[in-house]
Write a protein that binds this ligand. Structure first.
Ligand SMILES: [Zn+2]
Length: 325
């Protein structure tokens, strides 16, 4: 790090951890710390301030070299007012995170939902660099998406665009927490992989792999078993890839995208699922629309959100115009 180089701070606020990172103008994470997320306004304020102060102390960096603070968070947000409108797991309602941090640090603040931040990160510095139309999809506990359309982040009328996990693929499917039936999230999220596996094993389907803890079975266990050659797990993950592929075809047909980038915990094992996604898209999509679409794993991985949240502070003027601010 040279003595005049400028940075931004990126925060990725998850349900259990806050990742705080010092990000260079090239989108590189040069330093990071992690702390626990705590719910309720007072505890939450304390933790996000701690996450930033600890990082500044660790690097002993002057404030005049920090351009701004970019935040990626789960929950319902208002990016213009820079407020977290509702975050159930953080016990927050109408929380003015932008005001709190601007007042404390005297720096400009940007707020994104997590999938949108990751989409911006991949678009500016990751797997989607140079693309004008891309979709970032996170497959984790749930499923979400961030959409870049003609070099603009597509946010919708109130920051809710990209609820990809709640596209229904079966009218007679299981009831989803959102109230609809058959949402993609119930077929292809990390939670769904574990639930489907438990249900099938309980009703007599055989696996050659010994699952030590049936009650606490997770998607990670299924991936481990698949890597050991367990045909039950390999088959299940292939199916998950088909469901994701079907959802992705809908997005490609709707948005005429050039690239689909997959991140989130489940995609840590992308080699088990990506081939099935690609096959499904090529087999069932409109050929002229899907044949050139690049479907790849996120290159920024767990840094996609922290890096993307700082995008506005360093990107070029034409890219700047495309972001919400
Ligand atoms: Zn739903």
């Amino acid at each position: 790090m040279n003595a005049t180089e400028e940075f931004s701070i990126g925060l990725d606020i998850g349900g259990t951890k806050i990742l705080s990172a010092l990000v260079s103008k090239n989108g590189e994470v040069v330093s990071e710390i992690q702390c626990d997320t705590k719910g309720g306004e007072e505890n939450f304020s304390h933790q996000i301030i701690l996450a930033i102060e600890s990082l500044l102390e660790k690097e002993d960096i002057e404030m005049n070299r920090i351009k701004g603070i970019g935040i990626a968070t789960a929950g319902v947000i208002d990016s213009k007012k820079k407020e977290i409108l509702y975050a159930n797991n953080l016990n927050l309602e109408n929380y003015p995170i932008g005001n709190v941090l601007e007042k404390k640090f005297g720096l400009p603040v940007q707020l994104y939902n997590d999938a949108n931040a990751a989409a911006v990160g991949e678009w500016l510095w990751g797997s989607g660099k140079g693309k004008h139309n891309l979709i970032y999809i996170t497959v984790s506990t749930g499923i979400g998406a961030g959409i870049i359309s003609n070099d603009s982040l597509l946010t919708g009328s109130h920051d809710s665009a990209g609820e990809f996990g709640h596209i229904s693929i079966n009218l007679n499917g299981p009831l989803c927490a959102c109230g609809n039936k058959g949402c993609l999230e119930n077929y292809a999220s990390g939670t769904a992989i574990a639930a489907i596996a438990r249900e099938r094993l309980a009703t007599g389907e055989a696996s050659h792999y010994f699952f030590a803890k049936m009650d606490g079975l997770t998607a990670v266990d299924i991936c481990t078993a698949a890597k050991m050659g367990d045909s039950f797990s390999i088959g299940l993950l292939k199916e998950i890839g088909e469901y994701l592929g079907l959802g992705i075809i809908n997005l490609i047909h709707l948005l005429n995208t050039e690239a689909v980038i997959l991140g989130g915990g489940v995609m840590n094992e992308s080699e088990l699922i990506l081939p099935s996604i690609r096959r499904t898209v090529q087999k069932h999509g409109i050929q002229s629309m899907v044949e050139k679409v690049k479907i790849e794993k996120s290159s920024l991985g767990s840094y996609a959100c922290v890096v993307g949240a700082t995008g506005l502070f360093f990107c070029k003027n034409d890219q700047l115009a495309a972001l919400p601010h």
